[in-house]
Design a protein. Structure first.
Length: 401
């Protein structure tokens, strides 16, 4: 009778995960914070551990009872069963870890190529250089030219001097490696995974100035979400620009996802209808594309606030993410946009586009120092695979070669 009871409990537990699995993605190069918390594999090895304990108790224990041998007999039995269990569970982990490596390696090559203009201006300071004040002065000029910003530049140089002293660096090549470490540490607070599935639907509101690549980024993000198994609903709330609606319709058709749009309709009304439709249809994600605007256009910024308020009426917890798409070529202007939109909306994340061929890639350091809002994705081209998750170490390595 005791054996069937445990058999029923595991049978019920695997039946439950399929429901959340629809909206919570498994670990991948894009998403993976949620599922690690509730993995079914750990409970599975517990059943075999209980099974071997029962046989030794029934057969050998009664015969060995009169002698002194029985007490030690149960002790070695669990030890033997426990040792192989962790070995088996740990085996698949390393196997899955190296899998994304080739993908990220290819991405790292694209990122390095895209940041070459920014990186060349910084690495040029290390050519035939000595570790002296002249080197630090050249680095300061190069970092400022890369739009790293005064505060971030001062922080990096101070941190670099400390690292050079503690590591007793003797040549410029070592200093270059230490600078990459300093940049990676500065950018690390910007690393964060986009969590999908905590809310159903997860409402993501996307803002940005005209020409930053906002609608294209929404299309790429839609494709990646669909590839991860999420059902997506698009809201064409950029009703001012007819081309934006048509562009989003193309992305919706290409990704075979549904879209809510009204020609010349009120952006807040379109957003409201989209959130309600997403709830009624059981969608995992509702992506709201808003009209591009400059932060100096007060009436348009007020309209963004209105969209946020109206979305909250449709779902009290929404919007769950407010993303700003910024053009990496705009340098310090991008930082000004981050400040303005954050003050108006309370940004939760950034998407940095067009880092390919820019000489102003250092702006991420400025953002990390002055407005550390997570960077969810960075883009280095127009292709779908040219948008990837942000990794501080990868960015620093690509920047300094």
């Amino acid at each position: 009778m005791p054996s069937p009871a445990p058999a029923e409990t595991p049978a019920e537990s695997p039946a439950e995960p399929p429901a959340p699995a629809k909206s919570v993605f498994s670990p991948s190069t894009w998403f993976g914070g949620k599922p690690a918390v509730a993995e079914p594999p750990p409970p599975a090895p517990v059943a075999p551990v209980a099974a071997p304990v029962a046989p030794p108790v029934t057969a050998p224990m009664p015969e060995l009872a009169p002698t002194v041998a029985p007490p030690p007999a149960p002790a070695p039995a669990p030890v033997v069963s426990v040792v192989p269990a962790p070995v088996q569970t740990s085996a698949p982990a390393p196997a899955s870890a190296p899998e994304p490596a080739p993908e990220r390696t290819g991405w790292l090559g694209k990122l390095k190529s895209g940041l070459r203009k920014t990186g060349n201006s910084i690495t040029a300071a290390f050519v035939n250089a000595q570790i002296d004040d002249a080197l630090y002065e050249e680095l300061e000029e190069a970092l400022l030219m890369a739009d790293t910003g005064v505060k971030a530049t001062e922080h990096l140089l101070e941190d670099l001097r400390r690292r050079v002293k503690s590591n007793m660096a003797t040549d410029a090549a070592q200093v270059k490696v230490l600078l990459a470490d300093a940049i990676a540490d500065l950018l690390r607070p910007l690393e964060k995974s986009l969590v999908i599935g905590q809310y159903t639907p997860t409402v993501i509101m996307v803002a940005g100035v005209n020409g930053a690549g906002k609608t294209t980024s929404i299309g790429k993000l839609t494709k990646h979400l669909a590839n991860e198994g999420a059902s997506v609903l698009l809201a064409a709330a950029d009703t001012f620009r007819a081309a934006a609606r048509e562009q989003l319709l193309v992305w919706a058709d290409r990704n075979t996802v549904e879209i809510v749009s009204q020609e010349g309709g009120d952006p807040a009304a379109v957003s409201f209808d989209a959130v309600n439709a997403g709830k009624a249809r059981g969608k995992d994600v509702v992506l709201v594309d808003t009209a591009g605007r400059l932060p100096t256009q007060i009436h348009l910024m007020d309209e963004l606030k209105k969209i946020k308020r109206v979305v909250a009426r449709a779902d009290a917890t929404a919007p769950h993410e407010i993303l700003l798409v910024i053009d990496g070529n705009t340098g310090q202007n991008a930082l000004a946009q981050v400040r303005a939109f954050d003050e108006a909306l309370g940004l939760t994340g950034l998407v940095v586009t067009k880092l390919d061929g820019t000489a102003k890639g250092g702006v991420l350091c400025a953002i990390a120092r002055e407005r550390p809002i997570p960077v969810y994705f960075i883009g280095v081209g127009e292709k779908l695979e040219d948008l990837e998750t942000f990794d501080a170490r990868e960015f620093a390595q690509a920047l300094l070669g």
